[in-house]
Design a binder for this molecule. Sequence first.
Ligand code: HEC
Ligand code: HEC
Length: 445
Amino acid sequence: MRRWSGLILLVALAACDRSGPSTEPTAAGGPPDLPGLLRTHGVELTPRQWGRIERMAEVPELPADPTNRVADDLAAARFGHQLFFDPRLSAGGDVSCASCHDPAHDFTDGLRVAEGAGLNLRNTPTVLNAGHHRWLTWDGRSDSLWAQALEPLENEVEMAGDRCSVAALVHADPAYHRAYESIFGPLPDLADPGEAPARPVREGTPDSLHERWEALPPDTRRAVDEVFVNVGKSMGAYQRRLGSADAPFDRFVASVASGRYEPVPGFGARELRGLALFTGEAGCWECHAGPMITTGEFHNIGVPPVAGGMPTDSGRHAGTSIVKRDPFNAAGEWSDHPEGGRARMVRTLVETPDNWGRFRTPSLREVSRTAPYMHEGRFETLEDVVRFYSTLEGAVQLDHHQESVLEPLHLDDEEVAQLVAFLESLDGQPADPAFASAPGAVPGD
Ligand code: HEC
Ligand code: HEC
């Protein structure tokens, strides 16, 4: 691969290191300074690349979610923590959110595609840092964490539950009952909804549960929806606490920015060269940019379907129409800010066939811990992913209108290893360890 022919890093450092301390090599025997390190390893970075690198390392405050009035309420997060790990919310009593979003696998399941009450078509993404995403899931069919949480609860292949049973559980479990009322006020009178599991049709076909839902008095349906939504908002509050930070890459950038570069464990010459490729010639930065290492945009990069042939998953195409029609979206009656920015975003989303086959560019934070990769779990290792970008072997082109953003990179083995090493340096630490594993007993119980 052609080497980046720009200005060398000394210029970049002059641009970033405004505080002035010397970045010249230290006396023999001291820690190597950064320019020295780069010279030794023949790495060149332009000021523009360095700008990209700094933007990747600056993890901002979580964006506010005014559609959820308890988004940042600690009691709601604790209640959501209990719910997230509770298999009683599923139809069979055997699947919780954490069955698939398992802390032992960095909040994924380690499987190619998810297995819950049935077999899912897609790979389970981590929920770490999910509070930073503008659209949730591979196709962006939810516009908030709380609305997203309501989907797996009733999805036939995930938890296969129903909102009446969820509301009945909150009523019947004394600890949940107390927690709920302390956050949201009195539980509405539900007139035994648990006697008859019921839910409206979402994306599936009408069934007996749907018929029962239609037969319920409107007031009961409203009361059930209210509890269901508040369960979602509590799980949203919980997941907002699941951040990760302080990866070797972040520490490396902080060390450089301090003007007193010290070598960072887990970020050596290989990672540095991988970073130079990522933010330069390999073009990864065009889609994997900013602190979550994604622009959040949807693209079709031609990943070959596991079943062979042409893709059948329309991705963002269906995702756009689902989120616009979701009764729980940011513009809907259950939103706590139906006139805000998020609501405007979902109202003005354009449905276009161009979206067919596009998927959200994933965040690459924690990526080495969340194999397998891509929306169908197509690749088992990061090396497989990078080799795909290198050769584009088997890539599928839908038709001649499809965006053609990728060209084969023709990386050599060492460059593949460098990119993989860099990706591995994006694994961080849980921002709030108290929430990063299964909860203890319900507080106050
Ligand atoms: C059977 C496994 C399974 C269960 C159970 C499950 N999920 Fe998921 N989760 C998935 C899969 C698969 C996706 C991707 C869905 C898609 O793109 O179609 C996902 C996506 C998500 C996302 C979006 C993450 C992102 O990066 O956009 C969040 C948040 C999430 N789930 C939270 C939950 C919550 C909360 C629960 C429990 C109420 C739950 N999940 C239950 C498998 C599961
Ligand atoms: C045109 C935008 C674009 C570019 C450029 C790009 N990616 Fe991606 N990347 C994506 C999208 C979209 C996906 C998900 C595709 C899918 O599931 O079908 C993805 C998926 C990935 C994944 C899998 C993550 C996961 O959790 O499954 C990795 C790793 C990755 N990219 C690394 C890279 C690297 C390294 C480069 C540069 C060599 C790169 N990407 C260039 C858009 C891009």
